[in-house]
Design a protein around this ligand. Structure first.
Ligand SMILES: [Zn+2]
Length: 497
């Protein structure tokens, strides 16, 4: 496909003046959204955004239809950046601009002096270039040290001296991020971290199209769709956002964590890196559920800071590490299929602890301890999902009669399977997780280990650091009983009246 290369050709093409002159960025987003709403039917409006179909997405659609600047309020790891980036799918596939313009001027209505001079000089032969949607998205993480120069621009005295321009002329401005996002989308993450006077600068650009740079008034009537994200508590805290700026943000949209374990699994499955070369991977459903429930448990745990939240990146990184640990085992033993086990989840602790912001009580116990507790809770809940009502007495008895089995996370499936088969009442229970004697040794061992880990999580059997499963803590207590009985005679008797 060849595009018009000059202003004259552009005028005679489908990118006509009539069509583009007054088309502002928010009109463009709106028009393309309207077209999508008409044709998408049952298809999602923003593919790849899971779990927001009935909550966040309709509000974003409304904000775009209303031509609002908007802000997403949510805790970390709630796909805020992903949603903002998805807005680029509402941009035209190609946008013509005056070739060489740093702020991508509209050929029919240039705002910079350079382009106005250029068009006066070259007329219809002025060169035209094109941007694709990804090039029209600018993202900035707000930090307290962001300056007006970063965001809006700086007067470049050398440019001024060379060109013989006045200092306040637009020709002397070295453009910042916002002008470079002209005719595009500008996303600022963690807006409350932006210093007050930078917020004022931002507001002035939004409102009046002009701004002061180093005391010089510079006029830049930009056309930018501004979108923001923030932690809700920071945003609503008094004095963090200047009122006029808050006033100009048309819609405040709250994001949230996945509402159900299944939604969480869908997101984690989409995001985690799982397709690895030369590896046949089979992640059991119960392993996925345990990983997801770690995040759910963490979000409820009072040892973990509620204000910062527990990112969806926790189960995603955890899943990647779980697969790697299983992959390592499979490679060592030349196993043909990689089947993650619960022990791999414990080995993925390094992917968990760093994502927990601990409260004081959690800090005292240590991230490792808190992480293990969360895993254990997740195992217990998942176990109940499959095995509530199952009679495990035989299995527990095998251990109480002195049975022991070590299932190290690096142990080959073929090495541990025979011993697992010796545990009466165990293997036939695996039908509850859809595993039978015809499945691979890897799958059978993983499922059997899940049962033992479940019993351990419920404290019905014991397990030590070397991953040796033994009888539960009941045993030593029973041994203590005779001692208690002996105590009897020494108990002071109630005096008789
Ligand atoms: Zn220009």
């Amino acid at each position: 496909m060849s595009f018009p290369a000059t202003l004259g050709e552009l005028r005679r093409s489908s990118f006509s003046e009539e069509k583009l002159l007054a088309r502002r960025i928010k009109d463009e987003l709106r028009d393309n959204l309207v077209a999508r709403l008409r044709t998408s039917g049952e298809q999602p409006i923003f593919p790849g955004i899971v779990g927001y179909e009935d909550t966040v997405v309709p509000q974003i659609v409304n904000a775009v239809l209303s031509r609002h600047h908007f802000i997403l309020l949510g805790l970390r790891g709630q796909a805020k950046s992903r949603i903002l980036r998805a807005l680029t799918t509402l941009l035209d596939p190609y946008m013509p601009y005056v070739a060489g313009c740093e702020i991508h001027d509209n050929p029919y209505a240039p705002i910079c002096r350079r382009c106005r001079d250029l068009i006066r000089q070259c007329g219809e032969s002025t060169a035209i270039a094109y941007l694709i949607p990804e090039e029209r998205y600018v993202e900035k993480l707000a930090t307290p040290d962001v300056t007006i120069a970063d965001l809006i621009g700086d007067i470049d005295p050398i440019k001024a001296a060379r060109g013989g321009h006045e200092l306040a002329s637009e020709l002397t401005v070295h453009y910042g991020l916002l002008p470079r996002a002209n005719r595009g989308i500008f996303a600022i993450n963690e807006l409350p971290d932006l210093a007050g006077k930078i917020q004022v600068g931002l507001f002035n650009i939004m409102q009046e199209g002009d701004v002061q740079i180093k005391g010089y008034p510079v006029r830049l009537p930009l056309d930018v769709a501004l979108v923001f994200s923030a932690n809700p508590e920071d945003y609503t805290a008094r004095g963090k956002i200047i009122t006029p700026l808050k006033d100009r943000i048309g819609s405040e949209i709250r994001t949230h964590y996945p509402a159900t374990v299944d939604e969480g699994i869908a997101i984690t499955t989409q995001e985690a890196w799982a397709t690895r070369d030369g590896v046949k991977l089979a992640v059991p459903k119960y392993v996925r559920e345990v990983i997801e429930r770690i995040a759910f448990a963490a979000r409820e745990d009072k040892k973990i800071d509620k204000r910062s939240g527990v990112s969806q990146r926790l189960p995603i990184s955890c899943m990647e590490n779980v697969i790697s640990n299983a992959e390592r085992r499979a490679l060592r033993h030349e196993e043909t299929v990689v089947v993650p086990r619960i022990s791999d989840v414990y080995s993925a602790l390094p992917a968990i602890t760093g994502k927990l912001e601990l409260e004081y009580e959690g800090e005292v116990k240590g991230a490792d301890h808190v992480g293990r507790e969360l895993i254990r809770t997740a195992i217990a809940k998942t176990y109940d999902q499959y095995f509530s009502g199952a009679n495990m007495q035989q299995v527990v008895q095998w251990f109480e009669l002195g049975g022991e089995i070590q299932i190290a996370d690096g142990a080959a499936a073929s090495d541990v399977l025979p011993t697992l088969r010796n545990i009466q009442g165990l293997m036939e229970k695996l039908t509850r997780v859809s595993v039978g004697p015809k499945d691979t040794a890897e799958a059978q061992v993983s499922a059997a280990e899940f049962v033992l880990e479940g019993l351990h999580a419920h404290k019905r059997i014991g397990r030590n650091e070397e991953r040796v499963f033994t009888a539960g803590e009941k045993q030593p207590r029973m041994a203590e009983k005779p001692f208690e009985r002996e105590e009897g005679p020494y108990r002071p008797r109630r005096p008789l009246n």
